[in-house]
Structure formats: C-alpha cells, structure tokens
Design a protein around this ligand. Structure first.
Ligand SMILES: Cc1cc2nc3c(=O)[nH]c(=O)nc-3n(C[C@H](O)[C@H](O)[C@H](O)COP(=O)(O)OP(=O)(O)OC[C@H]3O[C@@H](n4cnc5c(N)ncnc54)[C@H](O)[C@@H]3O)c2cc1C
Length: 390
C-alpha cells in the first residue's frame, strides 16, 4: 500500500467555514481513519471510538438544525464530508450516512418536545443511530413489512424481525418502521427505540464480502415496549417518513461511492507512475492512460451529479429523481472504477497488499443498499413516465 496521502480533491465549497470544515475532516481522516482501515477491515473491528470522535468534532449532525445540536451545513457540504470519510474508510463514511438517515425522521417529523428531548444527544451527544426498514422477507418491497406495533394503553408493543441493519447491536437508538394498521404503505408507523430497550436483541452479524468492520445484523423485537411519546409523526405516516429519509440517504450513498472511487483512482495513479515495464512507467502506455482518463471522468461526472441534486435539496426544490440518478450513476461508477483500479495494478491489484481489491469489494455493496440500482431505475422511470399501469 502507498503511504503518501492522496492529493486533495479540487472542490467547489460555498463558504470559508465549509473550507475549514473539509480541511478538518481530511486531517481526521488521514490521522485517525485511513491508517487503520486495512487492518481493521481485515479483522472485522468496528471503530466505535472514531464515531465518538466525529461526534465530539461536530461531524455527526452536519446537515441538521444548529438549535438542536446540528451543524447547520447545506447538503452540498455535508456530502463532500461524507465523500472524504468514505475515501478513507467506507465503514466510517457509510456509518455517518446511516446515522444521519436514522436522525432524519425525528428531525423532519417529530414534535418540538420530541426534538428537544432527543435530538441534541443524537446529533452531537455521542450517540450512534441505525435505521430499521428491511426485513428477511421485505427488501425491495419494503412496504410489505410485517414487524408489528400494537397499542397497549399509552405504549406500543413491537414484535418482529428486522434484517440487514447497519450498526445492528451497536447502535444507541433505532428508527424503526412497524405495521400498526392495514397491509401496504399506509399501515406503517415510525418509532424511535432506545438501543437498550428490553426485548430487543441482535443476531450475530452477517459475514460479508466487504465492509467487514461495519456490523450488519438482524434485530429481534420480542415485545419491545415503547411509550407513545416515541412515535414519530402520525400513525400511518411511517412509510412517507421512511421514503423521505431514503431520498436524502441515497445522496449519502452516492457521495460515499465517489469517495471509494477516488481512493481507487489515487492508488492506481500512484502505482502506475512507479511501476516500470518495458523500460517505462506503465503510466506511459496509452492503454492505461485512457483507462485512467475514463476513471477520472466517471468520478468527476458522479461528483457533479450528486452535487447538483444536493443543491436542489438545499434550495428547497424537489430532488428525489436526481437523488435516485446520483445513487445509480455514482455507485455504478464506483464499481467500474474500482474494478479498473485492480486491473491497473495487475497481479498486485488482486492481493491484500494494496487497498484496491478491498475498495472493489466495498463498491459492490453500494449498488445494493438503500434501494438496489434496479429499484433506482424504477424510481427514475416513474418520475419520467408515471406509475406502471399493468
Ligand atoms: C451491508 C448492508 C447494509 C444494509 N443496511 C441496511 C440498514 O441499515 N437498514 C435497512 O433497513 N436495510 C439495510 N440493508 C438492506 C438493503 O436495503 C436491502 O438489501 C436492499 O433493499 C435489497 O433488498 P433484498 O436484499 O431483500 O433484495 P431483494 O429485494 O430480494 O432483491 C433481489 C434482487 O431482485 C431485484 N429486484 C427486486 N424487485 C425488483 C423489481 N421490481 N424489478 C427489478 N428487479 C427487482 C433486486 O434489484 C435484486 O437484484 C442493508 C443491506 C446490506 C447488504
């Protein structure tokens, strides 16, 4: 692996404050995150202390209201922070994105009392969140979820199993979507469940292809009792809350994908300048030069696409179609770029001596989470052509 830090990306940032913020993030990434990434991903160690440090540095609540402990940053800044974190280690970048997703419901739909009671600890008080929508039999068709919440006086009793939960078993709070009414999207309600709730337990984490430092686990809700004061939004509003969070979350995945792709390109460039064959650095050969040029172009195009969607969101305009496009394009780009980076390194690219094989394994998951790329295409097509009539 190359020890030198990658060149900073040439970024468009709106304020002096945001430029300082990105410099701080790069510093933390180079000092605390990047040097340990390979070893801890290999051993599957979750870097909980990094999230504590990020919280203490004001980096876990960036796009949220400063009145509740957030960072008051526009999405175009928050996403570039995510990109830098993911370039250092996807487990951290994606972890911050998932935490932000878990805060979205309460920040957007909670009452002022709920927000005052919970948000400061969630956004800047060291807590870590998780988002529980998927179930073993309800993945892409999330509206068919069956985890139940039944009213019992002033409380709700939640029973069922959630699947694939990032931070499952290590989170301090869970935003949980559960069925409180009829079948379909209108019978779903959102709840904020504390991590130490009685009856809540996590299975052994999944054995994954990559991102092994990020625990992904099933969560069992065995009669978990939560007061009605922890219901987010109205009864039956849960699916709307879940989808709104995912629109924003998809931009986070897009930014993480560009971070992973940029890290792979940086490694490929560094190697191609050093490695000699036929008496020349391999970076001299047109076959590789064109490949590197295509990789860089995909990254710049992806960054421009997620930033365009972010700026729509920051301006209060609809951005769901562009968010789906950004998620689709950036994650496909990351898969292509990381695969090409392995090719640039030749045999060494296929070994764990260099990070590109890990980056390739990590890129794959981004085409699956928060709506697979098939689902993104369905979302985009619905915006273009309206709902399917069959
Ligand atoms: C590492 C990891 C972390 C995750 N973290 C979380 C989390 O924190 N919270 C959470 O709630 N979920 C999480 N997920 C779940 C993730 O969102 C789901 O895996 C994803 O939505 C797909 O669901 P599924 O795995 O059940 O696949 P399925 O829905 O069974 O899909 C299987 C295949 O069929 C395709 N497909 C399905 N329906 C259609 C259709 N109508 N048209 C065309 N193709 C279709 C899919 O694209 C896919 O290729 C995580 C998953 C992973 C792997």
């Amino acid at each position: 692996m190359t020890d030198r830090a990658p060149q900073p990306v040439d970024r468009q940032l709106p304020t002096e404050e945001s430029r300082d913020l990105l410099a701080l993030v790069r510093e933390i990434a180079q000092r605390e995150i990047r040097p340990r990434a390979a070893e801890e991903e290999d051993s599957g160690r979750f870097p909980r202390e990094v999230f504590t440090l990020l919280s203490e540095s004001g980096l876990l609540g960036l796009p949220y209201d400063g009145a509740f402990g957030g960072g008051d940053q526009p999405y175009e800044v928050y996403l570039q922070v995510l990109e830098e974190l993911a370039a250092a280690r996807l487990t951290v970048g994606l972890g911050v994105s998932v935490h932000s997703l878990a805060c979205h419901g309460l920040a957007g739909y909670g009452s002022k009392e709920q927000q005052s009671a919970h948000l400061p600890a969630m956004l800047g008080g060291g807590l870590l969140g998780a988002y529980c929508l998927s179930e073993p039999a309800a993945g892409s068709d999330a509206a068919s979820l069956t985890t139940k919440a039944v009213r019992d006086g002033e409380d709700w009793i939640i029973t069922g199993t959630k699947a694939w939960i990032t931070h499952g078993g290590v989170a301090d709070f869970y935003t949980v979507l559960a069925r409180t009414g009829a079948e379909g999207p209108k019978g779903i309600t959102a709840f904020l469940v504390p991590g130490d709730a009685q009856g809540l337990s996590a299975a052994v984490p999944e054995k994954k292809m990559g991102m092994k430092g990020s625990p992904t686990a099933q969560l069992h809700f065995d009669g978990v009792r939560v007061p009605d004061s922890r219901r987010i939004g109205e009864e039956g509003q849960g699916f709307t809350i879940a989808l709104a969070a995912l629109d924003a979350g998809r931009l986070g995945i897009a930014a993480c994908a560009i971070g992973v792709a940029q890290a792979a390109l940086d490694e490929a460039l560094s190697y191609a300048r050093d490695r000699k064959q036929f008496g020349h650095p391999i970076a001299d050969f047109q076959g590789l030069r064109f490949m590197l040029a295509d990789m860089a172009t995909k990254i710049e195009a992806g960054r421009a696409l997620y930033l365009a969607a972010a700026r729509l969101r920051d301006a209060g305009k609809p951005f769901a179609r562009q968010a789906a496009m950004a998620k689709l394009f950036c994650t496909d780009a990351a898969m292509a770029v990381t695969t090409d980076a392995v090719q640039v390194l030749g045999g060494y690219g296929y070994t764990a001596d260099f990070p590109v094989e890990r980056l390739m394994r990590e890129a794959k998951v981004l085409q699956i989470v928060e709506g697979t790329n098939q689902i993104q295409r369905m979302v985009i097509a619905r915006h273009l052509a309206g709902p399917e009539t069959r």
